[in-house]
Design a protein around this ligand. Structure first.
Ligand SMILES: [Ca+2]
Ligand SMILES: [Ca+2]
Ligand SMILES: [Ca+2]
Length: 612
């Protein structure tokens, strides 16, 4: 189906309330055009390759022999590889595109340390964030040629491909002679110029520290010994396990012990032993521009999601981001998107904006949006929290327009899924209410400003029982007992058999929302005006304004469990309205005042008629 026809059909179906045939791709984007689309025009589908589909059972153990601790493979254990791979994703692109996604974001695909962790508490690198070889695909996921085939096919469908990259740390390879799980040793107590503390022998003579103005090759040439805090070493068997080879030199790491997630250690400490890179050193900056620039050159990927961005110094990003954008532009990718992870559980847009202002990250994942939707739709907060969120949009570098390209989400692989938050906040809720709240959360995701990111499996009613491993269920038939015991939302199905059901009510709801967003530029690129909110659950209304015609599209949500009738302030020129979703009354009540009627936990989208 070509795009204009699909849009017309979709619009008619949506307006008439007719159920959509979700098995038909609704909006296959024109393949040649994808490079010209702006980041804010995308709908992103985020998945973990290990947990999506197993297209090649021969790579499940990555060519290794032995048990789970050697191969990393144990499909019954949530902390080990389950067999999913790049070929599995390739054969499910219809499923992903029919949902309405225009871009896919894969958790890191680089070769990881297979298994790490203290004896008895090991787990595997199935998630991809424990990289050893930054130049090749993890053999559990396939080979580099599989990635090339996947990216080419994604592009042929008019979709984009976003990579997930890490520069904060590598796998845990470096150990310290003094201890394991070593406490953080600060720069003041363990200066670079003394071995093992203030009283130690003088080392690294002439090194003037790592303050921004000292981050030069000349200064770092004086940093030759890494044993100022601890005595780092690399076990014999792993001396060249990292690629490129310069990464095997301990001098390029902080080596100061475990982060406490506060103060200096937040940027220089190790996360659970993961080797924290000395990203102040220009050699490290240059090395990572080269590493990740190559993936742009060789594969033509369309964007980077940056893991643990807030744990890396601002000067690194100030150098890395422009170099990467220039590299992409030279490769013919003008709209390369870069968005960083600045994780927070709080509704804290100032923290997020800081990293666009100071680090100059073009965008950050909108954790504040996730918190606000969680508080207001899963929890019991009034809709004024959403108003406070959007009131802070001018804080971002580039102002409120920049907020249009923040990737928004309501579920992720670390914090957990939205359905889990609903059940946690409302343990006595009936299934129908949980479903309605999950749908409403997704409606906010697609209709409010920002680039929606759907977390794989949400469209199948996955709920999970917590964050991290408890939110990383298998889409293919799972052998994990706790996953299979989960009560999914909107279906009697369980994860024991595969979960690619395009008739699931949430799959259909998301496909409908994606259709609205794809059809109406106001929802992607339009300025957002907050119209109504309250200190209690109930109405939240915004207008989205067509950037060219100025036409107003009114989007109104009801977060309460009672039907709602209210007047909404609209543009005085918006007199007649048509229903795009739900039932909209045809006329304004008076100049500048329009009546909305919204069922409990539901929403409407009303389009003002174009002005003569
Ligand atoms: Ca496999
Ligand atoms: Ca760091
Ligand atoms: Ca380590």
């Amino acid at each position: 189906m070509n795009r204009p026809l699909a849009c017309v059909v979709l619009g008619l179906l949506a307006a008439s309330g007719v159920a959509l045939d979700a098995s038909t791709p609704l909006f296959a984007a024109p393949a040649g055009d994808f490079r010209s689309r702006l980041p804010e025009d995308e709908i992103v589908y985020f998945l973990l390759p290990d947990r999506f589909d197993n297209g090649d059972p021969s790579n499940d153990r990555a060519g290794l022999s032995g048990g789970p601790l050697q191969t990393g493979y144990d499909p019954t254990a949530k902390g080990f590889y389950h067999g999913g791979d790049l070929r599995g994703i390739l054969r499910r692109l219809d499923y992903i595109q029919s949902l309405g996604a225009t871009a896919i974001w894969l958790a890191p695909i680089f070769k990881n340390k297979t298994v790490q962790g203290p004896s008895g508490r090991e787990s595997a690198g199935y998630h991809g964030y424990w990289i050893t070889d930054f130049t090749r695909v993890d053999p559990h996921f396939g080979i580099n040629a599989d990635l090339a085939a996947l990216v080419a096919t994604v592009h042929a469908r008019g979709m984009k491909f976003y990579m997930d990259i890490v520069v904060n740390h590598t796998a845990d390879v470096i150990k310290y002679r003094e201890c394991s799980n070593c406490p953080y040793r600060s720069r003041a107590d363990y200066p670079y110029t003394r071995r093992g503390g203030i009283g130690g022998e003088a080392i690294n003579e002439g090194f003037l520290g790592d303050d921004p103005e000292r981050q030069t090759a000349e200064n770092f040439a004086h940093l030759t010994r890494p044993d100022y805090a601890y005595t780092p070493y690399v076990p014999k068997s792993e001396e060249h396990v990292k690629v490129p080879d310069w990464l095997n030199d301990s001098i390029y790491y902080h080596n100061r012990g475990e982060t406490t997630f506060t103060g200096e250690s937040s940027q220089m400490g190790d996360f659970g032993g993961l080797d924290d890179l000395m990203t102040e050193n220009p050699r490290v900056v240059r090395g990572f521009i080269e590493i990740y620039g190559r993936w742009i050159d060789d594969y033509g990927v369309d964007g980077f999601r940056i893991d643990t961005a807030k744990h890396v110094n601002a000067e690194f990003w100030q150098a890395f981001v422009p170099a990467i954008l220039a590299r992409a532009a030279a490769r013919g990718i003008p709209n390369f998107h870069v968005f960083g992870e600045v994780a927070t559980g709080q509704m804290d847009p100032a923290l997020l904006a800081l990293h666009t202002r100071v680090d100059k990250l073009p965008a950050v994942l909108d954790f504040a949006f996730a918190a606000a939707v969680r508080d207001t739709v899963a929890g019991k907060a009034g809709t004024e929290e959403l108003a406070r969120l959007f009131a802070a949009d001018p804080l971002y570098e580039g102002g409120a327009d920049a907020a249009l390209r923040l990737p928004t989400f309501i579920s992720n692989h670390d914090a957990g899924r939205f359905a889990y938050f609903v059940r946690k906040a409302r343990p006595s809720s009936k299934d129908a209410e949980v479903l309605a709240r999950v749908r409403l959360g997704h409606a906010m995701l697609f209709l409010l400003r920002g680039v929606p990111v759907v977390y794989y499996g949400d469209e199948q009613g996955f709920a999970g029982t917590g964050g991290d491993q408890d939110a990383r269920e298998d889409m293919f038939a799972s052998q994990v007992a706790v996953y299979n015991a989960e009560r999914l939302v909107g279906t009697e199905h369980t994860t024991a058999t595969d979960s690619f059901d395009t008739s699931h009510p949430l799959y259909r709801a998301i496909a409908e929302l994606a259709g609205l967003r794809s059809k109406h530029v106001e929802l992607r690129e339009g300025r957002q005006l907050v119209r109504n909110y309250a200190p209690a659950p109930g109405l939240f209304a915004v207008s989205r304004i067509d950037p060219v015609s100025g036409r107003e599209l009114l989007v109104a949500f009801n977060t309460s469990t009672r039907n709602l009738a209210a007047q909404v302030n609209v543009d005085p020129n918006s007199r007649r309205f048509a229903s795009l979703r739900g039932t909209c009354l045809p006329e304004a009540s008076a100049t500048g005042s329009y009546p909305v009627r919204i069922p409990a936990l539901d929403f409407v989208v009303c389009a003002a008629e174009a002005q003569p």
